[in-house]
Ligand binder design. Structure first.
Ligand code: 6DK
Ligand code: ZN
Length: 367
């Protein structure tokens, strides 16, 4: 298969600084680079090159999203605020946990535009599927504000571009980042033509969204599906969520395009999440998503990178997903793979099955 691949060195220049989380903590706050940093993403881009997989991929150049592109999703006030702060010394994109430095407006437009370029390459048939390794991430950004390290919703900006310019009508989103995909949930709450599915650690972030009963607004009931897995879930729970909830829901919805919010923070060694997914688990999820995309929409699927904070594990998880998308094996061995896969944390546990079963019942009732 021809797999498009987006990466731009400028993604690594988005500066998240050291000030995040500096709360009134009595003067004992330890300075540290914000969790969202270039490290894990640059290293993934590095492994894609060093492994040689880059030679089997089709490089898709990123271009900056225009104001028109951003304004299909975001409010003019939000876009102007980021533009102005970025032209000066930077600031915070909205929630106090989303710092950015000078020039990040252009980099954030390049992240949204990188996802747009990947979608365009797939829709025009230049490639079969694509992976946009972009930064900053996007899945927490709301229409009117940035949040959780996200300035603009890369995925939603790309979807709205595809609907405005590429003849796409119905889109399914699968978000396996360990945090809730609250941005797409808000943006598409009332839209019956977008199916938004988020698999995440229950109440990790944001802590007040992502529950099973958030099903979408009037006229769009069942178009928002949350699967809030308990902390400690592994490959078994994630694959059950994909096989029993996401795949049948996508099949029933029959989208023109599938978009994946691809976060590698469900990794067993992620500093922010408490899940235990392995590179083999991510690869298996990608294979299943590709399978349902082949069945539903000619294999048209675009992955847009989100979180993932282990610099030593994210590159192997990302490479595994790219192997699944392209059908090429690099022979690169995940140094953690065998021991992580042998963990007793993977088989589906009854308390995890319970959540998957509830999501399954809701999706079946409203699907
Ligand atoms: N941290 C993401 O991975 C972003 O989903 C996750 C954002 C989590 C923010 C967690 C948070 C604190 C709180 C207090 C002090 C320090 C840090 F968008 C993605 F990048 F994909 O509030
Ligand atoms: Zn995340």
């Amino acid at each position: 298969r021809r797999t498009g691949y987006v990466w731009h060195e400028r993604y690594a220049w988005h500066d998240t600084g050291t000030a995040v989380g500096v709360a009134p903590s009595g003067g004992f706050n330890q300075p540290h680079q914000a969790f969202e940093s270039p490290e894990s993403k640059s290293r993934m881009a590095g492994l894609v090159e060093v492994s040689g997989l880059i030679d089997a991929l089709v490089r898709v150049p990123a271009v900056e999203a225009s104001d028109t592109d951003l304004l299909r999703v975001h409010t003019p006030e939000h876009v102007e605020r980021i533009r102005e702060l970025s032209a000066d010394r930077g600031g915070d994109a909205g929630d106090g946990y989303t710092p950015f430095g000078r020039g990040s407006f252009e980099i954030a437009k390049l992240a949204a535009g990188g996802t747009m370029a990947a979608v365009a390459a797939v829709m025009r048939g230049e490639v079969d599927n694509a992976y946009a390794l972009v930064r900053p991430p996007g899945h927490h950004a709301r229409r009117e504000m940035g949040m959780g390290y996200c300035l603009f919703s890369n995925v939603c900006v790309a979807i709205e571009y595809a609907r405005a310019e590429l003849g796409v009508r119905r889109v399914a989103i699968v978000d396996y980042d360990v945090h809730h995909g609250n941005g797409a949930q808000q943006i598409y709450w009332d839209d019956p033509d977008v199916l938004a599915i988020s698999i995440h650690q229950d109440r990790l972030f944001p802590q007040d969204t992502g529950s099973l009963d958030e099903i979408g607004g009037p006229g769009a009931e069942g178009r928002n599906i949350n699967i809030p897995l308990p902390a400690g879930s592994g490959n078994g729970a994630y694959l059950a969520a994909i096989d029993r909830v996401a795949v049948p829901a996508i099949r029933a919805f029959a989208p023109d395009l599938v978009i994946v919010s691809s976060g590698f923070d469900p990794s067993a060694v992620d500093p922010l999440g408490c899940m235990t997914v392995t590179s083999g688990g991510f690869k298996a999820m990608a294979e299943r998503i590709l399978g349902i995309a082949e069945e539903a929409c000619g294999g048209r699927v675009v992955f847009s990178h989100e979180g993932g904070y282990s610099p030593v594990h994210v590159p192997f998880c990302g490479l595994a997903v790219l192997e699944a998308l392209s059908g090429r094996e690099t022979g690169v061995e995940d140094p953690f793979g065998a021991s992580f896969d042998a963990s007793p944390a993977h088989p589906l546990q009854p308390w995890q099955d319970e959540i998957v079963a509830q999501a399954e019942a809701i999706a079946e009732r409203l699907g």
